[in-house]
Design a protein around this ligand. Sequence first.
Ligand code: ATP
Ligand code: ZN
Length: 225
Amino acid sequence: MKPRDRLRIAVQKSGRLGDPSQDLLARCGLKFRQSRDKLFCFGESLAIDLLLVRDDDIPGLIADGVCDLGIVGRNVLAEQQAAVAARGETPAVDELRPLGFGRCRLSIAVPQELDYAGPSSLAGLRVATTYPALTAAWFAANGVDAKVVLLKGSVEIAPKLGTADAICDLVSTGSTLVANQLREAAAILDSEAVLAGAGVAPNDERGELLELLLRRIDGVIQVRE
Ligand code: ATP
Ligand code: ZN
């Protein structure tokens, strides 16, 4: 990859992490001018630019070197890392800092009437999820043979539709589960927004910008705590 003198961060364009991500960067003293199509923010105070994207694309953009950093839920990053590991490869994107917002957990949830006494209660059942690699890894770690069914959306209605017996989905308050007659059986990942970056820091001007940004993020997070 050719040396670049500007650092590029991928952040969620809209959704739950969009505004808090931009707020955090503003508190780090970063100021931006947004492009007309609202996909790019040019850094005016430092040589740090933003690319506004769907959260699911963030780990791939970092792995491909299109962006140096990203702000993304640990759930999305860990799913990509688990998928890479399942192919026998080494994940190229790391969690650099937890950021303290966007907290939720990835949990197994079961219909109220299912008797859950531990992972083995799910043996032979179908579990619907948007996180197939993390779910499969959790079953493998617990020595349970269950069928992971990939669903891109509305995972919580799968048991009612009969397309799955249980689900593995993000939970924050639990109200969505209750509304669908489900109950949380086991949390498999505690999540929050994280700063993600390539395993190896860029060896040019961007490396110094990264150090500066990490120091400022640490300062902002310390003040918050
Ligand atoms: P995009 O359009 O960018 O693909 P999305 O619909 O996949 O957006 P959001 O619903 O905005 O994503 O969620 C983004 C992140 O917010 C999640 O990946 C997760 O880390 C975090 N989050 C926090 N609480 C919740 C929750 N209750 N449900 C879903 N995500 C949550
Ligand atoms: Zn998404």
